[in-house]
Structure formats: C-alpha cells, structure tokens
Design a protein around this ligand. Structure first.
Ligand SMILES: NC(=O)C1=CN([C@@H]2O[C@H](COP(=O)(O)OP(=O)(O)OC[C@H]3O[C@@H](n4cnc5c(N)ncnc54)[C@H](O)[C@@H]3O)[C@@H](O)[C@H]2O)C=CC1
Ligand SMILES: O=C(O)C(=O)[C@H](O)COP(=O)(O)O
Length: 376
C-alpha cells in the first residue's frame, strides 16, 4: 500500500510505516503525476484535493486531512468516486483557543487596556470558538456567542445575533469555517459595511480563514481608523498576504494558530485511527508515546497571577511576539510564508505546564484555563 503524506505532517512514519510504504511530498505543489499510484493520501490545508489532482489515479481509497478546515477538499467529487475521506475535527482547537487568548493578553498589555474589563464576542462557537470561550470564562471575561447553526440546535448556551454582538463587543474573534453557499455563508462575512460598524477601539482577531474578512476593505478602514486593533493569523490569498496590510496589523502570524505539538500530533493520530478503522485493523498505538516532554514541565509560581503575571506565565509556554517578529521580517521573502510554517517550532499547549505547590491561593481559574496542577 502506498501512502503519500505531506512533508509537514509529524509522526507519520511512527504511525503508518507498518501499514504501508510512506512517501513524503510537498503538499502545496502536489501534482496528478505524483498521486498516480497512491492508495492513501494524507494532506494538510495547502493541498486542493479535487478532480484535477486525482485525474490519473484509479486506486485511491482513503484521503485524510490532518486539519479542522475542509475547504480544500472536494467532498462531492470524492463521494462520487467512492473514496473514503476524513478530516481531524477539533485536533488543534485548544491551540487556536489559547493563541487567541494569548493574543488578547498581549494587546491588553501593549495598549494598557485590561482584558478583564472587556466583552468578547466569539463568532462560530464550535471547537475552536469553545476552546477560546473556556479560557476567557476561566479568567472571568464576559463572552457573547454568535452561531446561527448552533442557535437552532440543542446547544444549551445563549447566542446573540451578529449585529447585536458587533454592537456590544469590545473584542471580536472569528472561528467559522470558510463557506460560500448555504444559509450562512462566511466568505467576506466581514465586508466593508460590517467592518465599518465595529465599535470604537474594537479588537478584531481572525484565526479561521483569511477570506472571512475582505482584506482590501480592512486595509481601507485601517487608513481611517487607527483605533481598531488587529490580530491576523490567516490572510486572504495565502501564501501571499496583502503586503500593504501587514504594517497595520498589531499581531501578524503565518497561519500557525493551530500549530501546537499536541494539535499536530492529534491531527495525524486521528487519521491513523480513521485509516485503521477503514482497513478493518486495530489501532494499537497511542498518542502519548509521540510527544516529548516540555523543556520545563513544572513551575512553582510565587503568586496567583494578575493580568501582567498571567501574561508572563503564558509567555513561558508561548511567546507570540516571536512569531509576529519572524512574520514581519520574512513574509515578503521568496516562499517566505510557507517556509515559516514549515520551519515553525511548534509550541506546547497550557496543559504541558504543571503548576506546583501553590501557597494556599485560589488557582482554580488558572487550572480551568488548561494548565495542569500538582499538589495544589
Ligand atoms: N488558524 C489555524 O491554524 C486554524 C484555523 N482553523 C479554521 O477554523 C475553522 C473553525 O474551526 P472549528 O471551530 O474547529 O470548527 P467547528 O466546525 O467545530 O466550528 C465552526 C462553527 O462555526 C459555525 N458557523 C458556521 N457558519 C457560521 C456563520 N455564518 N456565522 C457564525 N457561525 C457559523 C458552525 O455552526 C460551527 O459551530 C475551521 O473550519 C478552519 O477553517 C481551524 C484550526 C486551525
Ligand atoms: O486545521 C486547520 O483547519 C488549519 O487551518 C490548520 O491548522 C492549518 O495547518 P496546515 O494544515 O496548513 O499545516
């Protein structure tokens, strides 16, 4: 069995080598000729899996994408061809939630506006939106949710209309899939009119797909409104972000919000489990065997963090300023965006750090953020 796998997918050999021959490929440049004799295709978000890519292949039986997003997979075509496909829902949701939370703490410090006093609106309350909600609520920040699909489901949470969320929120974070059709398409959900309606001093974060915001309109509005603060991890037209926009973005990164080691490992592992099930085999490996220990696994904090100390604590796990700096220096280089992603030193999630022996303080909310505890 020939297994073609994206070169940026960790742990493939550890999990799949005894299932078949693993061949690594550059997912962005994958051609129909390379796919011709593959039985299994393991991709990431940069590979368009469609009629054109699979034109020469008659034996493909399984496509796995180690991502949450599915907008690069032509599901109708794969169904037509009777090819089994799957993604990895939720695999990197914690990473995205923690990224957005850390980004808010960074903005709070930079602009001297405590996060705690703000109302945060989450648009799209699925896996990544809920991971962010968990962090914010653990820290005691007021959260409003907008999700028209979940609002009509049995989800017990309260939801508000989009316009109400925009009117009431100081911070807005986007967590929707990219869709062009259906009752609630998200393509350019934030167009010129919506961007113009953001509250004064609003912070806008996009960690889902670049095309959910009209980037030209965003650029135009930033010329007029210096009060808006922006965090963009995703960009219209990746891997070529709009160069003029970058200097106006307060925190800018190359689509790495989901790049925790745990998130990436979970993505590959979910595909391993799905392929085993598809082949009728038992998945006997475990994800815990894959991850190395954190450089420092345990910390004895001096006091329960206030907002500044909390930022110092989360910077121990992930200093977002490093990724922002690298992005500004390199995004215009040849192949810069993809090289930053390929060479990214994946961070760990909060849970990798254990807080120990805390002297009688209420650390419950820190644990609810996702940190682990020992002897607390
Ligand atoms: N920056 C990064 O590295 C990453 C980006 N993503 C992107 O984030 C997206 C969301 O991920 P998850 O939260 O895990 O997906 P999910 O499927 O768990 O949740 C998405 C939610 O958005 C809601 N939704 C759909 N259309 C909407 C609309 N018009 N308005 C408001 N809500 C709407 C859905 O009902 C669903 O609850 C993915 O589709 C992917 O494109 C995901 C992981 C990493
Ligand atoms: O899971 C998703 O959806 C994402 O956006 C991924 O985290 C993006 O990473 P790559 O698949 O492009 O490595």
């Amino acid at each position: 069995m020939k297994i073609l796998a994206d070169e940026n997918m960790p742990y493939v050999e550890a999990l799949f080598a005894d299932v078949g021959e693993v061949v690594r490929v550059d997912g962005r440049k994958l051609t129909a000729e390379q796919v011709i004799d593959a039985d299994v295709l393991l991709v990431r978000s940069v590979t368009q899996v469609n009629r054109q890519l699979l034109a020469l292949n008659t034996q493909l039986q399984f496509v796995g994408s180690a991502t949450i997003g599915m907008d690069h997979i032509d599901q109708v075509y794969l169904t037509e061809r009777n090819i089994c496909y799957t993604n990895a829902p939720g695999c990197n949701a914690t990473a995205v939630g923690e990224y957005a939370f850390i980004a808010m703490l960074e903005l709070a410090r930079r602009f001297e506006q405590p996060l705690k006093n703000k109302t945060v609106g989450i648009i799209g309350a699925g896996n990544t939106g809920s991971a962010l909600q968990k962090c914010l609520q653990a820290y005691g920040v007021k959260v409003l949710l907008h999700d028209p699909l979940l609002a009509t489901s049995d989800d017990p949470r309260n939801f508000v209309a989009l316009d109400e969320l925009i009117t009431r929120c100081d911070v807005i974070s986007l967590h929707v899939p990219l869709t062009k059709s259906g009752a609630h398409p998200t393509w350019y959900l934030f167009d010129e009119a919506r961007l113009a309606s953001l509250r004064p001093d609003c912070w806008l974060l996009n960690c889902c797909r670049g095309e959910v915001i009209d980037n030209r309109a965003l650029f135009a509005i930033k010329q007029l409104r210096d009060d808006l603060k922006l965090v963009l991890d995703v960009w219209e037209g990746e891997p070529h972000p709009m160069a003029e926009l970058v200097p106006y973005v307060d925190i800018a990164t190359p689509h790495i919000a989901g790049y925790s080691l745990e998130g990436k490992a979970r993505g590959t592992f979910m595909l391993y489990e799905a392929l085993m099930a598809h082949l009728g085999l038992t998945a006997h490996k475990s994800m815990d065997e894959l991850l190395p220990p954190l450089w420092s696994q345990q910390l004895n904090p001096a006091s329960v963090p206030d907002e500044n100390a909390l930022l110092s604590l989360v910077r121990l796990v992930y200093d977002l300023r490093d990724d922002d700096l690298v992005f500004r220096n390199r995004f215009l280089n040849h192949n810069g965006f993809d090289l930053m992603r390929k060479n990214h030193k994946h961070r760990r999630e909060f849970s990798a750090l254990r807080l120990a022996n805390h002297a009688g303080s209420d650390v419950d909310w820190v644990l609810k953020l996702g940190f682990s505890g020992v002897g607390l």
